[in-house]
Design a protein around this ligand. Structure first.
Ligand code: ADP
Ligand code: MN
Ligand code: MN
Ligand code: MN
Length: 339
């Protein structure tokens, strides 16, 4: 008999930053659609999602992909968390993005997310950092090649391959400015799709790193001092921004963003103030600035978009540890009210 290992993945209730959890359910027949995957449950008192006396939480499958690690016919299943009375759990940030996406679906918002992350050895130091002291200053590492500059490529390649096998819309990878720091990009896709895929992409990265004895951090400032932080730039467009003359809609959106800066920062990741210092290709957390081709701005309008007078904008403020469900919802709401 067919045995399908279905890895149910969800976000826990940790604050201020939810963490990934997962467990395996054995299904007795192959899965062709979401409706073939049953709801499930877990002990919410172990994930900061319930009191011990009333601890059952429900897992509702919302997105699944082939499991590239276990292979056919096994699957990875992204889930939303529900209370036992059938209401969305307080930690279920996807439920809200679902509502916002539906309400403003005419905007046809697309997102491309650049997920930066840092690889750590068991000794608690980033890959490429010596046992004591520091590596040479930043400069040669970004998009570098060769063992002096590049640390962890085997894992990064395995993650890229796994992501493609899973059917995620990965658009690229690159080595970042600090040794041991990397990036993968997902999209462009609509909000729910990009966020589901980013969470599954993160899960695959953590999971594959286990096999290399490496731990993955998406903390925004993994090494204090003159070392780049880790962000998750969100490239964003709506139908009107992509249409002829869309630069006007992009500038109108930026004006709107400038009036809602605090509301955005509130969902752009914990400890983002350690990263958004005004140095290391960031704008200071207390300022909002947008500019063409400006990597020191809060929002960059890419050169190609400025030339073509249509395209997308890049929100450079989100930290690597942000929740894409909350970030996408915030972006849609801020601009949708403007139109
Ligand atoms: P950077 O130059 O900032 O490093 P990247 O190449 O890493 O940029 O990422 C650019 C991202 O923008 C990609 O994820 C891509 O899918 C996304 N993107 C491209 N076009 C659009 C668009 N029209 N709307 C939203 N995102 C887009
Ligand atoms: Mn990038
Ligand atoms: Mn980057
Ligand atoms: Mn970028």
């Amino acid at each position: 008999m067919t045995k399908v290992k279905a890895e149910y993945i969800w976000l826990d209730g940790q604050k201020p930053t939810a963490q990934l959890r997962s467990k395996t359910k054995i299904l007795d027949k192959e899965v062709w659609s979401l409706s073939d995957i049953p709801d499930w449950g877990f002990d919410g008192s172990s994930t900061m999602q319930a009191e011990g006396s009333f601890s059952d939480c429900q897992l509702k499958p919302v997105f699944f992909v082939p499991d590239p690690i276990r292979g056919n016919p096994h699957i990875l299943v992204m889930c939303e968390v529900y209370n036992s009375d059938g209401t969305a759990h307080a930690s279920n940030t996807r439920a809200r993005l679902r509502e916002v996406s539906e309400k403003y679906k005419d905007e046809q918002a697309w997102f491309g997310i650049e997920q930066e992350y840092t690889l750590f050895k068991a000794n608690g130091k980033p890959l490429g950092f010596p046992e004591s002291g520091f590596p040479g200053p930043q400069g040669p590492y970004y998009c570098g090649v060769g063992a002096d500059n590049i640390f962890g490529r085997a894992l990064v390649e395995a993650h890229l391959e796994a992501s493609i096998k899973a059917g995620l819309l990965i658009s690229g990878i690159n080595a970042e400015v600090m040794p041991g720091q990397w990036e993968f990009q997902v999209g462009p896709l609509e909000g729910l799709a990009v966020a589901d895929q980013l969470w599954v992409g993160r899960w695959l990265l953590h999971r594959l790193a286990e096999d290399y004895g490496i731990s993955v951090s998406i903390y925004p400032k993994p090494v204090l001092g003159d070392w780049n932080g880790a962000g998750a730039h969100v490239n964003f467009s709506t139908r009107s921004m992509r249409a002829d003359g869309g630069l006007m809609a992009i500038e109108a959106a930026c004006a709107r963003f400038s009036q809602n800066h605090a509301e955005h920062i509130a969902v752009y990741g914990a400890d983002n103030d350690k990263r958004l210092t005004g140095k290391h290709e960031t704008a200071h957390i207390s300022q909002f600035r947008f500019g063409i081709s400006d990597r020191g701005a809060s929002i960059r309008i890419p050169m190609a978009t400025a030339h073509k007078k249509s395209g997308y904008l890049e929100d450079r403020r989100p930290a690597a540890n942000m929740d894409p469900y909350q970030v996408c919802a915030r972006l849609i709401e801020t601009i949708a009210v403007a139109n």
